[in-house]
Design a protein around this ligand. Structure first.
Ligand SMILES: Nc1ncnc2c1ncn2[C@@H]1O[C@H](COP(=O)(O)OP(=O)(O)OP(=O)(O)O)[C@@H](O)[C@H]1O
Length: 601
């Protein structure tokens, strides 16, 4: 039979005494503590943990219901029999002086000794075993009054073990112990439960430790209800926070720790590995930020390997050290939390599903997700912006492919292609998923390909959820234009002499091309794509580069103001949005395209 300790409709409390009415502390409890598991009893002060343990141990009568050990009611057992089923460890600090640890542990044998109370050689053997089981063999001959709190607790557990009971109940055995001894004692109790197949119920105030070691928890909430389950089940049922939150402290379900409720912090997502995760979480918790699970967070903080990046409302702030980050969060808090941000760092699953979806629009919208194998030629986008060699190589390749000896023409066409490649996933994710995809040049990788759109890949793409679409153009411009296309334009200009106005015309044309592709592939997103495209054309370097027009509803075209040099290719002509085309010819071209694509003429 597998042993367990059960409560059946148990009422615990204090019977009526002269002048005092009966005081019921706990009503109608049902629960089970199986053998082989460590059951940890927790609850705020005064909720009745000691009352319950004493009632379970038969030290005070139940006011109703039953406590069963191995199916037998505790209240029905004679004292000596009860002592062989159940041992109790209370917080005893006043132990008889002159008693050695061995003698104290030996007291546990009393239910088994005869009338004389003398220990047989067999009893001594069990006492030695019990002391060894709690790693207190070396303390056997020491006076218990001279032991440290941790050592004494272990000897008290040895006394309970020497009793050879089926169940051991312990009331706050870790109360006076330092952190190492607390963890060690709880660990010891858990292994005893497992190895000796004992029922062990232990009460503690150390909730964080309980969550880590308990196989099962019994939680008494302030209303006197008993909740049972694994630590994870109780966390998911949100009963822990509901029972212990209060004042300055709030329970953080993700970390299983209490965090200071500084009032003004919000939710933060931590992207880091190893020890950096708990350290960052703790430092942020001190500033009042709570870790978000898979849901949205207001702030994202990432350990990048050589520093920290904090993304808030679409802007990334970089810090060399954790104290620098903490100072920024502290001093920036009033600004950070004054108004809800328009952008929230998105959950990784949201980003990856959005990326997977937009990748189906066309090759230009694709962003691969997965490990970066540098052997396979993947390099950070930052390299393409900073190191002139790969860029020069690609310009030469394009020139060769297009059959021109004019590097300037090849550079212009390459830049336009790259601009389309960078706009597409970002604009696609924005209009299709309200997600500002972060094409971080340090973490998004590219590799050379003989033809087609430049392959892009990120191990863990990140992004922000767009709460207010009206505020998206600015951050999106900063990400694509400021972080990527501006350095790229500069790098191109260092290789060939080319007018910046031409390159910005190309960037605008690429943007318009992205909008057109969305209109063709996802017509339902056309209006948003056009509106966003038009707004982007009014910001920074794109200003004055051209107009996104809509000669027929849902059919955007671009009118450039600068030339892209495409016409100079041997087989080139005037491109669709060419600045060199006169308005009448342009209208004819649009009409033709609209007829070809099935749109209204
Ligand atoms: N002898 C007693 N007579 C009447 N009421 C008592 C007695 N002992 C305790 N109580 C009351 O029973 C309730 C539960 O007390 P108990 O000591 O069991 O709580 P606890 O959860 O162990 O508290 P703590 O976490 O502070 O140790 C409290 O309201 C307490 O005042």
């Amino acid at each position: 039979m597998n042993m367990s300790l059960e409560l059946r409709g148990l009422h615990a409390g204090y019977p009526a005494r002269r002048g005092h009415r009966e005081r019921r502390v706990l009503d109608g409890l049902d629960a089970e503590a199986p053998a082989g598991e460590l059951t940890v009893l927790i609850g705020p002060n005064g909720t009745g943990k000691s009352t319950l343990l004493r009632t379970m141990a038969g030290l005070q009568p139940a006011l109703g219901g039953q406590v069963l050990v191995g199916g037998v009611g505790v209240g029905t057992l004679p004292a000596a029999h009860l002592a062989r089923s159940l041992a109790v460890v209370l917080t005893e600090r006043d132990l008889p002086p002159l008693l050695s640890a061995r003698e104290l542990a030996g007291l546990g044998r009393h239910p088994h000794t005869g009338f004389t109370g003398r220990l047989s050689p067999g009893d001594h053997e069990i006492v030695t075993w019990a002391l060894a089981a709690v790693n207190a063999g070396h303390l056997a001959d020491r006076a218990v009054t001279e032991l440290s709190d941790g050592e004494r607790q272990r000897v008290l557990v040895a006394r309970a073990l020497a009793q050879e009971p089926a169940a051991i109940l312990l009331d706050e055995p870790t109360a006076f112990l330092d952190v190492t001894s607390r963890v060690a004692l709880m660990g010891l109790l858990r292994s005893l439960a497992r190895e000796k197949n004992l029922v062990i119920v232990v009460s503690t105030h150390d909730l964080e430790l309980a969550l880590r070691v308990a196989d099962r928890m019994w939680l008494i909430d302030p209303a006197g209800r008993l909740h049972t389950g694994t630590p994870e089940e109780l966390t998911l049922r949100e009963v822990i926070g509901a029972s212990f939150d209060g004042g300055e402290l709030a329970f953080d379900a993700a970390s299983g720790m209490f965090v200071l409720r500084n009032g003004t912090g919000g939710t933060v997502r931590v992207l880091a590995e190893g020890l950096h995760v708990p350290l960052l979480e703790r430092a942020l918790a001190r500033e009042g930020w709570r870790t978000a699970g898979d849901g949205p967070a207001e702030l994202a903080v990432e350990w990048t390997g050589d520093g920290y990046e904090a993304a808030y409302d679409g802007t990334v702030h970089r810090f060399a050290t954790l104290p620098d980050l903490a100072t920024w969060i502290r001093t920036a808090r009033s600004r950070l939390t004054a108004a809800p941000p328009g952008l929230l760092p998105a959950a990784p699953s949201t980003v990856s599903s959005a990326v997977a979806d937009i990748s189906t629009i066309s090759g230009y919208f694709e962003l691969g997700i997965g490990p970066i194998d540098t052997e396979a030629g993947w390099r950070p986008l930052a390299d393409l912006l900073a190191d002139p060699e790969p860029l020069r190589q690609r310009i030469t390749d394009v020139a060769g492919r297009l059959g021109t000896c004019e590097l300037r023409v090849a550079a212009s066409i390459l830049f336009q292609g790259l601009a389309a490649r960078l706009w597409s996933p970002v604009i696609g994710a924005a209009v299709a998923h309200d997600l500002l995809l972060d094409l971080n040049p340090a973490r998004v990788h590219w590799r050379a390909a003989p033809s087609g759109p430049l392959p892009l890949r990120a191990e863990r793409p990140t992004g922000s959820q767009i709460l207010d679409p009206a505020r998206i153009a600015g951050p999106l411009h900063d990400n694509v234009l400021t972080e990527l296309l501006e350095p790229l334009a500069q790098a191109v200009q260092e290789i060939v002499k080319i007018a910046p106005g031409l390159l910005w015309g190309n960037a605008a044309s690429a943007l318009a091309g992205t909008v057109r592709t969305i209109a063709r592939q996802r017509p339902e997103l056309t209006a948003r794509a056009i509106a966003l495209g038009r707004e982007l054309l009014t910001i920074g370097a794109l200003q004055g580069s051209g107009d996104l027009v809509e000669p027929a509803p849902g059919q955007p075209f671009f009118v450039r103001r600068s030339c892209c040099l495409y016409y100079r290719l041997p087989e080139g002509g005037k491109c669709g949005d060419c600045a060199l085309i006169d308005p009448d010819t342009r209208r004819e071209q649009w009409a033709l395209t609209l007829r070809q694509t099935g749109g209204p003429a």
